[in-house]
Design a protein. Structure first.
Length: 204
């Protein structure tokens, strides 16, 4: 009989691999494209996504307490040189590390014994959304299995809204008001996205 963590890890793996599939379509000419993440072009978003995989992989192995592991400067050059390859390598790293997680993660600011299920949940919703961010930047559709969305939505809705979301380095922008055609749209709105967002260049 599977555990709640094992079930979550299976859905997490699906979400991360879906993000790899969309990043595999990114070319060098796309890296300057606008993204739904204010202030970040696609190259910077991919560098963030890559270093977060590296950081969470280290956290799952008990070594994530070192802030240097989470420094985006450590991956930026590799991402800009080979966005698909660098991202896929970091995704493989985090999936391998999560599969061997033993119950707690070592996360900066949250301590060395943060519950694994909560840590995986944080990473899970982040990459459900970031996969969509990349697809939206490219002007491409993005679909995830219904089971992924059904599980991700209540996890996302636990994330509180408020002024803290306007602070520098906040993980999500303030929740948005807008029309939600489905549960994925509801998730995106709560985590600060506009489901109908398109790059300015694609709106002309």
């Amino acid at each position: 009989m599977s555990s709640p963590l094992a079930d979550l890890l299976a859905l997490h793996r699906t979400a991360v691999l879906a993000s790899v599939d969309i990043v595999n379509t990114v070319g060098a000419d796309d890296l300057s494209r606008e993204t739904p993440c204010a202030g970040w072009d696609l190259g910077e978003l991919l560098a963030h996504m890559t270093v977060q995989h590296r950081g969470f992989a280290a956290a799952a192995r008990g070594t994530g307490g070192d802030p240097a592991i989470w420094n985006i400067d450590t991956v930026r050059e590799a991402v800009l040189a080979d966005p698909a390859g660098a991202y896929a390598e970091s995704a493989d790293d985090v999936l391998e590390a999560f599969a061997g997680a033993t119950g707690t993660f070592n996360l900066p600011d949250l301590g060395p014994n943060f519950p694994a299920e909560a840590a995986v949940g944080f990473h899970f919703i982040d990459y459900v959304v970031h996969g969509w961010d990349v697809a939206a930047s490219l002007g491409k559709p993005y679909r995830l299995p219904a089971a992924v969305i059904e599980t991700a939505l209540p996890v996302a809705e636990i994330v509180p809204d408020g002024e803290f979301r306007t602070m520098p380095n906040a993980p999500f922008a303030p929740a948005q008001n807008g029309e939600a055609a489905n549960d994925f749209d509801r998730l995106l709105l709560h985590l600060g996205r506009i489901p109908q967002w398109r790059p300015q260049a694609d709106q002309s």
